[in-house]
Design a protein around this ligand. Structure first.
Ligand code: BGC
Length: 728
């Protein structure tokens, strides 16, 4: 906070009554298209600091006018909205954006979303969600940036920068919110809102890292998580919110509760009633209460009892007022939509298409059946319930995006192929959930009569997202049976999956020749997928999360610990290979499942291309470096294929011996490069020894001298490796 802002905040605070201060700490739900009189009245009385879920710009301007002109102190409002992966122009779901491994793309998507939302008067989004997610059953994995702290940090910061721009007061910049602090991604069993138990060391080394990165990048706000973290609900967790966030990290932005998460502390069994909940939330330092009214109802009384001090309240209100000054709301609280380019304009749609192109991950391409070739394809059978479902391709959290603006795969293919190639569209199933086989015969006929078969399947929008967890993450309904039926036509099958999570596809992968994972790709999913299928673009997405073979493997992630008995091909035993009556000791004695082995279906970082990338000649600048020095790691990458293509080059490290056990591999760098056929490029990653540190048993961040292994490759399965040492 600049000195002049601090002075203005102090001046304003000195004029405020307690009820006005509590008002600033209250965020109320908007009327969704109208301004209810009770809300207008509360605004006049200075009892509202923020409104969420109002995106009618005239109503937003009227609310600002009431606050500025009709309340005693004229304090403008924060207007919050969940702008998660687009406003009108919908980009791929965050998990899909994470598959781009491209901070620039993610930043641009956020900047466009901010611009479109700001045109409606929104000045605060509740994004990015940077919970580390290692459980695909959890519906909110869709909204996350995946399983890895480094990737999530890089992309989370890119999103923050995109939303907030260089200066929060500029037109089109909106405040971002790092959520959900903290541990929400570790909800037991993947059930939403559930308990998270995370030892402090793992919390610091894994779950907190993206939040620290966002705080360091200047994210304007944090949101507390719904969950109970190690026995204390995050919203009332003084260690987390005060000791760590405020004191250790020195974070001075706004902390908002999640929706009613303050009063829910009573449901958790942590407080006896709303008054107790308000007390715990204030004590933890939750500046603003979302949706519920425990602050309005109880803070005054808590102060009268001496449980809460005026200084505590002033500190919290000061943070809220500072954000309002930073956003420039005191200079101009109003939004003139005429100052903004139209939503869904050509450049926004182009950006959404490019993001969708980069987010698709090619997981299988037998016999290099993809890309399809326009010149030797007269007809394509387009089959599957998601080939022409404009709403379902948008994914979760699209409050403001409209299905009518989506371009589906059917439309995208027709547009790309024109009259040269016939598209025989037969969905086969009315929806992803449909259980009737009535449409199968027509789909099979379409396959028989066409040169190529493309099937588009997966999950409907509602099957992922908040409160939409699944225990079985196979393809829903009878989609797999439709693949079986179509396979009988004998044509190679290209399967495109749209989904909000990794699905368990082991059987399905065997049945198809190519598999393109498109997540929920957003408004421009159709044209992006059409371009990828026909080779206008090469797939370049990489998995931001491990794909299990079956749900019982969860959690399965690449940066696991080695254990004392790591599984290997030699020690891993398959159920079917065990003789009847086998004695207990014959079973491998290492860490695996008898019925699933120890490997995932697809590893983190994996993704194929139409190019053919080879990694050779890894070298390091030094064999040994001292603490405080840097090391360069080089490798050559060659595109030995016939297609120009982009590749995401990845750097992984292992610290062999440490004060606490370290993961078998940890992502430490990545870079998107473009190589023409036959082109070779030398890549250099530079690592400082600080980047090789971790939180030790005493919870201190340290880099320890010792041996390190380093890999460069196209996935976490990279095999090209070198080693180096760090000395004192
Ligand atoms: C979600 C938050 C969201 C908030 C406001 C809650 O249910 O957990 O992520 O920002 O609602 O819509």
């Amino acid at each position: 906070m600049g000195d002049s802002t601090a002075a203005k905040v102090a001046d304003l605070l000195s004029q405020m009554g307690l009820d006005e201060k509590i008002g600033q700490m209250s965020q109320l739900n908007g009327g969704g298209g109208h301004l209810p009189e009770y809300l207008a009245e509360a605004m006049r009385a200075g009892q509202v600091g923020s409104v969420l879920n109002e995106v009618d710009v005239e109503i937003v301007n009227e609310m600002q006018r009431i606050c500025v002109q009709e309340s005693r102190l004229g304090i403008p409002l924060l207007i919050g909205r969940d702008v998660i992966h687009g406003f009108k122009t919908i980009f791929p779901i965050p998990l899909g954006q994470a598959a781009t491994w491209d901070p620039e793309t993610v930043k641009q998507g956020a900047a466009i979303s901010a611009m479109e939302a700001a045109a409606k008067g929104v000045n605060w989004t509740f994004a990015p969600m940077i919970d580390i997610t290692r459980d695909p059953r959890w519906g909110r994995i869709a909204e996350s940036l995946g399983e890895d702290p480094y990737l999530c940090s890089q992309l989370g910061v890119a999103m923050v920068n995109g939303f907030q721009g260089d200066d929060l007061s500029e037109t089109g910049s909106i405040a971002a919110c790092a959520k959900h602090f903290a541990g929400y991604g570790a909800a037991e069993g993947g059930r939403d809102y559930n308990t998270a138990n995370i030892p402090e060391n793992e919390l610091r080394n894994v779950h907190l890292r993206p939040f620290k990165a966002a705080a360091d990048a200047g994210v304007a706000s944090f949101m507390s998580a719904f969950c109970d973290l190690n026995g204390v609900p995050a919203t009332g967790n003084r260690w987390l919110m005060d000791q760590l966030l405020r004191k250790e990290w020195q974070y001075d932005g706004v902390v908002v509760s999640d929706w009613e998460s303050i009063v829910e502390m009573t449901v958790h069994g942590f407080t006896a009633d709303d008054e107790g909940a308000a007390y715990e939330a204030v004590s933890a330092g939750i500046d603003m209460e979302m949706a519920s009214s425990s602050y309005r109802d109880h803070v005054e009384n808590l102060m009268a009892q001496g449980k809460i001090s005026l200084q505590q309240i002033d500190t919290m209100v000061a943070r809220i007022l500072t954000l309002k000054f930073d956003l420039g709301l005191f200079d101009n609280p109003y939004t003139d939509p005429g100052h903004f380019s139209a939503p869904l304009n050509r450049s926004h749609l182009t950006a959404a298409k490019e993001a969708a192109v980069k987010s698709c991950v090619l997981l299988k391409n037998e016999q290099r059946i993809l890309p399809l070739n326009k010149s030797d394809t007269n007809s394509v059978a387009l089959i599957g319930p998601l080939a022409d479902q404009p709403y379902e391709q948008l994914g979760t959290w699209v409050f403001d995006g409209k299905a009518k603006h989506s371009v589906t795969v059917l439309e995208g293919l027709k547009e790309l192929l024109g009259s040269e190639v016939t598209v025989n569209f037969e969905p086969g199933l009315v929806s992803a959930r449909e259980t009737s086989r009535d449409g199968f015969a027509a789909a099979v006929t379409a396959a028989e009569e066409s040169d190529a078969v493309v099937m588009v399947m997966g999950e409907e929008s509602f099957m992922s997202g908040e409160a939409h967890s699944r225990a079985n993450i196979d393809l829903p309904g009878i989609q797999e049976q439709l693949i079986d039926a179509v396979a009988a036509a004998g044509k190679p099958i290209v399967l495109v999956i749209m989904a909000g999570r990794p699905l368990t596809l082991e059987r399905v992968v065997e049945k198809v020749d190519a598999l393109l994972y498109a997540w929920h790709p957003g408004t421009m999913g159709g044209p992006a997928i059409a371009d990828l299928l026909f080779g206008v673009e090469s797939p370049s997405g990489k998995l931001p999360v491990t794909f299990p073979r079956m749900v019982g493997q969860v959690p399965i992630y690449y940066s696991h610990k080695n254990t004392g008995r790591p599984a290997s091909e030699e020690t891993c035993v398959r159920m079917e290979d065990v003789p009847l009556g086998a004695p207990q000791t014959s079973l491998g004695m290492s860490s695996f499942h008898l019925d699933a082995g120890f490997k995932p279906l697809f590893p983190f970082g994996f993704g194929l291309s139409y190019g053919r990338f080879q990694y050779v000649k890894i070298t390091t600048s030094h064999h040994s470096i001292a603490l405080g020095e840097t090391i360069d790691i080089f490798a050559d990458i060659i595109n030995a294929g016939a297609h120009p293509a982009e590749e995401v080059v990845q750097l992984y490290v292992r610290d062999l011996v440490a004060n606490v056990t370290r993961p078998v591999k940890e992502l430490k760098g990545f870079r998107r490069i473009f190589l023409k056929p036959g082109e070779r490029q030398r890549i250099c990653f530079t690592l400082h020894t600080d980047e090789l540190g971790f939180f030790n048993r005493e919870m201190n961040y340290v880099t320890e001298p010792g041996q390190f292994h380093v890999w460069i490759g196209g996935s976490s399965d990279a095999s090209l490796w070198a080693e180096f040492e760090i000395h004192e």
